[in-house]
Design a protein around this ligand. Structure first.
Ligand code: ZN
Length: 160
């Protein structure tokens, strides 16, 4: 069965950065599942996998515009520490959701100063060219539920 819309695809993958460093990878023996055509994965990878079959290997480099978007300096902000209220546990790497004029966005705390906190609303992989090595493990038709929800349900079925 070929990779196509309304099918759940299982892949083994390794994601590397510009210098070949591994950014992310699926666990050995535990493929990652996604619903094709539902924007579960970045557009550049999804289109590269279109029409492939189990056993196929795909190597693709995805530019930021087909990945997690360009990096916007305007989303790197310095805000007063007081904005976080009880901030004793505030530390870099923490992520939180905040409303912006363009809608809700996930921010990452970059730096915690004495009075100010530097936060970044870019996706951690924004502006990066992504190098994927993918092996198609399995392709199956999605269930009605999965199509309605826009994501695959694991072997245990519906758990949310
Ligand atoms: Zn669901």
């Amino acid at each position: 069965m070929q990779v196509n819309r309304k099918r759940v695809v299982s892949i083994g993958y390794t994601l590397r950065g510009e210098d070949g460093e591994i950014i992310d990878a699926s666990e050995t023996g535990e493929p990652f599942e996604y619903l094709h055509g539902a924007s579960n994965i970045v557009p550049g990878l999804e289109s590269a996998l279109d029409g492939k079959s189990p056993g196929d290997s795909v190597k693709v480099s995805v530019s930021p515009e087909d990945g997690y978007g360009e990096h916007h300096d305007g989303l790197v902000l310095t805000v007063p520490k007081g904005r976080f209220g009880e901030s004793e546990s505030l530390e870099s790497g923490m992520r939180f959701r905040a409303e912006t004029p363009e809608g809700a966005r996930i921010f990452t705390v970059v730096e915690v100063g004495d009075d100010e906190v530097k936060i970044d609303g870019n996706h951690p992989l924004a502006g990066r060219t992504l190098h994927f090595d993918v092996e198609i493990v399995d392709v199956r038709d999605a269930t009605e539920d999965e199509i309605a929800h826009g994501h695959p349900h694991g072997p245990g079925g519906h758990d949310h």
